[in-house]
Write a protein that binds this ligand. Structure first.
Ligand code: ATP
Ligand code: MG
Length: 432
């Protein structure tokens, strides 16, 4: 006997979103879209694959992402391409390419999968979804505050506001960071015995990133490390203090996290993260900051930019704990049809109902079956009503209507009556 071939499985760290989960995703996406629209943001849709060079030049050669997390391959022409690990670089590339940054300001968002070859665990995947926001042409700090307001509003809409906390820091200018870097490296060298292998490597390449280390053995040493905020110049301080003032006026609480440096090289001045302590080590649900310098780095004229990205899986993990989200996934009506004439009549009727009742969700039984088995499927569909057509009903131009959720006698109606009944019900149907 021939051996059955082994089933092929998905790639580790890349997950299917099954039908029973997708209503939650749609609910989250819809809330995010509405919130972004409320602040006048526009969607931009970008390729998933870009030239590898774009990410090397923007994210930085000595970051975790570029060093070890990118899905890079040669295409058939021998060009090095990469599945995007984040959206900031591609968005800016597109705006420069299409000349969108000449004397204009923009508020943009994009949504879709990102790819990083990380160790898969809860809240950390190899394909994951981000919703990203990027704005150009505004020096801040007013737009910096708007980023925070917008996300704050979204958390409220999603019912997770009391589970997240805002952390703020300022990374100053590249000159200020360079000066601070010297002081920091000196400090680390005095504590070189405490540094782990990763940190020793970063000491040469990207010492600010050491501040970000989660290694418990290094925490005491890191607590007393020199602080970048103490090395900011007047302009950076003014920017940061104005932002804090606006947040105070708006009643948005924050905590200063002087060790918040972000993983990417391109940030300066304002950086922020929304964090929760309910998701273990993967506690950042949204992170962003200002990256004025990146525009020139990618060949544009000096300009201003600030953005953020949120991790959709992590947000959903927070929401799922709530169990208060009412998600309506099923259909309104399930059409049962038994017999040849009934199948034909049912199909015609279903199309008429869809024509006449905009937004009605109607599922027609396909694949035959007895009344009993079709009723079972109707029940499982979550429908409020079943329309039942046998050959007798078909011949008479009638259909039976039965409520599946409330105790009510089944009624037999002609098509016009059925249409009116369903129309009235659909008009008054509570919106989920
Ligand atoms: P982390 O410190 O958790 O590794 P990061 O600094 O690498 O995050 P960003 O590049 O700022 O993350 O991405 C923004 C957001 O995208 C993160 O705050 C997180 O919510 C989400 N995210 C990042 N990497 C992953 C991943 N591998 N799986 C799921 N979500 C992720
Ligand atoms: Mg990371």
């Amino acid at each position: 006997m021939a051996k059955q071939p082994q089933a092929i499985q998905a790639i580790r760290g890349m997950h299917d979103i099954l039908p029973e989960q997708s209503p939650y995703w749609q609910w989250l996406e819809q809330n995010a879209r509405q919130t972004l629209a409320a602040y006048g943001y526009q969607e931009i849709r970008l390729p998933i694959v870009e030239k590898t060079e774009l990410f090397k030049r923007s994210i930085g050669e000595v970051t975790d992402i570029v060093e070890k997390e990118m899905y890079t391959f040669d295409d058939r022409n021998g060009d090095s391409l990469t599945l995007r690990p984040e959206g900031t670089a591609g968005c800016l590339r597109a705006c420069l390419e299409h000349g969108l940054l000449h004397n204009q300001s923009h508020r943009l968002w994009y949504y879709g999968p990102m790819f990083r070859h990380e160790r898969p665990q809860k809240g950390r995947y190899r394909q994951f979804y981000q919703l990203g926001v990027e704005t150009y042409g505004m020096p801040g700090p007013d737009i910096d505050a708007e980023m925070i307001l917008l996300t704050d509003r979204l958390w409220k809409k999603l019912g997770i506001r009391d589970k997240v906390e805002l952390q703020l820091n300022s990374l100053g200018t590249s000159e200020e960071r360079a000066a601070y870097r010297g002081v920091l490296v000196e400090y680390f060298k005095r504590h070189i015995d405490v540094l782990d292998e990763d940190s020793l490597r970063r000491l040469e390449t990207n010492p600010l990133r050491i501040l970000d280390s989660k290694n418990p053995d290094m925490q005491l040493m890191l607590r007393d490390a020199p602080v970048l905020l103490d090395h900011l110049g007047e302009d950076s301080l003014l920017h940061f203090n104005s932002l804090k003032g606006m947040l105070d006026d708006l009643g948005i609480a924050y905590s200063l996290n002087t060790r918040l440096v972000r993983g990417l090289d391109y940030y300066g001045k304002t950086v922020f993260e929304w964090v929760t302590d309910e998701l273990g080590a993967q506690g950042t649900i949204c992170a962003g900051g200002r990256y004025d310098g990146l525009i020139e780095q990618l060949g544009g004229k000096a300009n201003h930019a600030i953005g953020f990205a949120m991790g959709m899986e992590r947000i959903l993990a927070l929401v799922e704990q709530l169990e208060t989200v009412s998600i309506e996934a099923g259909v309104d009506v399930y059409l049962i049809r038994v017999g040849e004439a009934a199948e034909k009549a049912g199909l015609l009727l279903s199309e008429q109902l869809r024509d006449q009742i905009d937004g009605l969700k109607l599922q027609v039984n396909c694949g035959g079956g007895s009344f009993k088995s079709q009723f079972k499927k109707a029940d499982k569909s979550g429908a409020a009503f079943a329309i039942i057509i046998g050959d007798d009903e078909a011949r008479r131009g009638e259909a039976a209507l039965k409520s599946l959720r409330v105790e009510q006698a089944q009624t037999t109606l002609n098509h016009a009556e059925l249409l009116e009944t369903l129309k009235a019900w659909h008009r008054n149907k509570p919106i989920a």
